[in-house]
Design a protein around this ligand. Structure first.
Ligand code: ZN
Length: 74
């Protein structure tokens, strides 16, 4: 399987739940380690790229600016 490509701003759903209850993370840093920010509690973690690839269950669609606006109105 080809290595996964990540970009800043990508949203990832991991197999393992964060203690806050969220599965969804945003990529905030790239390198040998990938920086992820929990979308629910905002906590940041660093994981080795190989670990991230193993834990990703699904790559989520990015939010379009119009969708972000819609969330703000709720
Ligand atoms: Zn969290």
């Amino acid at each position: 399987m080809a290595p996964m490509q990540f970009a800043i701003g990508d949203r990832l759903r991991l197999r393992k739940k964060h203690p806050c209850g969220s599965f969804d993370w945003e990529v905030v840093r790239l390198g040998a380690d990938i920086g992820l920010r929990c979308e629910k509690c905002g906590r940041r973690i660093l994981l080795p790229r190989s670990e991230v690839e193993r834990r990703v269950k699904q790559v989520l669609p990015r939010l379009a600016p119009s969708e972000i606006d819609a969330f703000d109105e709720e």
